[in-house]
Design a protein around this ligand. Structure first.
Ligand code: 8YV
Length: 322
């Protein structure tokens, strides 16, 4: 029997790729650039399964009835780029890769907290540009994090891992707001205080860290109004999705000193970054590094592969989202 045809829309790390190649007829887009919408649409009739990434927008028109693709194993946890309702309507199964990127993404949230609070990017740029001419008692003074309150918006796996690391490693206090309050055991274990109003949470944050999904329901949750509620010493961290923050409003707030700093790993129109963010000293800009460790990316590939294995064996998916 011929092996199922799988399309990887981007190159995968070696280990996960080798696993997949042993089992399937695998085609890889090795161009280094995302497939176009037209190419993705064509692929729907040429393969049995797709492994897309966050850069592949899979629309209702593509997930139409009668396509050859019956399974989409997303390489990533977030899935707002896939029209799940359309997939459900046409019976195309979809999986994602939760869990395996939790720790890596939480590490980036901590990295951004440390970099922003201690002005690491700005200071390093100063050194490289030859503007550092020796130690001074008043140069590049940042803010310490010990005893400060980390407020998390969204308290799923990554939010909780970030809270744990910030509390145990940095001695921060933890508060959170989310659509669903977590179980009391989790609040106790993480010493996390639930705040039932999003506005109140933002107003008390020394650091406000975003851990919501992307998509319409969270679009521009952080806008000029919300930023004005925050302390002028506060730091905003976004490792979730760029769409959650109104970038133009954030630029304005950073310039006006409405908040103190921001650390961003994700952007509204990736890979474009709002041009007015680039010259600002009080923002740290990372290129969507959340899950970018060798181990994690391999595990993400393997997790997608295990979901494919289940699908083609006629067994329940490990991580079904449609
Ligand atoms: C991934 C992410 O690298 O998994 C996610 O939701 O945001 C990233 O860390 C990306 O999605 C790959 O598709």
């Amino acid at each position: 029997m011929s092996r199922p045809r799988i399309l990887l829309t981007r190159s995968w790390p070696e280990g996960a790729f080798a696993y997949l190649k042993d089992r399937y007829e695998v085609t890889v887009n090795e161009t280094g650039v995302p497939l176009t919408q037209a190419q993705l649409s064509e692929a729907m009739d040429a393969y049995d399964a797709l492994c897309p990434t966050v850069t592949d927008i899979l629309t209702k028109e593509m997930l139409r009835p009668g396509t050859r693709v019956r399974m989409i194993a997303n390489f990533g946890a977030g899935f707002e780029h896939i029209d799940l309702e359309a997939a459900k309507a046409t019976g195309i199964r979809v999986s994602n890769t939760p869990d395996v990127l939790t720790e890596a993404t939480a590490e980036i949230a901590l990295l951004l907290m440390l970099m922003t609070s201690r002005r690491a990017s700005e200071a390093e740029r100063g050194l490289r540009d030859g503007r550092w001419n020796g130690w001074k008692p008043t140069q590049f003074l940042g803010q310490g994090l010990k005893g400060k309150t980390l407020c998390l918006v969204g308290f799923g796996r990554i939010g909780q891992a970030t809270a744990y690391k910030a509390q145990t490693a940095l001695g921060m206090k933890i508060a959170y707001h989310s659509r669903h309050r977590v179980a009391p055991e989790i609040e106790t274990r993480l010493k996390a205080r639930y705040v039932d109003s999003f506005d109140a949470l933002a107003a008390e944050a020394d650091v406000l860290s975003l851990h919501t999904p992307g998509g319409e329901s969270t679009r521009h949750l952080i806008d000029a109004r919300l930023l004005r509620l925050m302390k002028s010493t506060a730091i905003l961290i976004n490792t979730a999705r760029g769409s959650v923050v109104n970038e133009a409003d954030l630029v304005h707030a950073l310039k006006a000193g409405t908040i103190w700093a921001a650390g961003l790993d994700v952007y509204e129109r990736e890979p474009q970054v709002h041009p007015d963010l680039l010259p600002l000293d009080n923002v740290v800009l990372l290129p969507h590094l959340g899950s970018a460790t060798r181990e994690t990316r391999d595990e993400m590939g393997l997790r997608a592969a295990y979901n494919l294995d289940r699908f083609f064996a006629g067994e329940p998916l490990i991580d079904p989202i449609a």
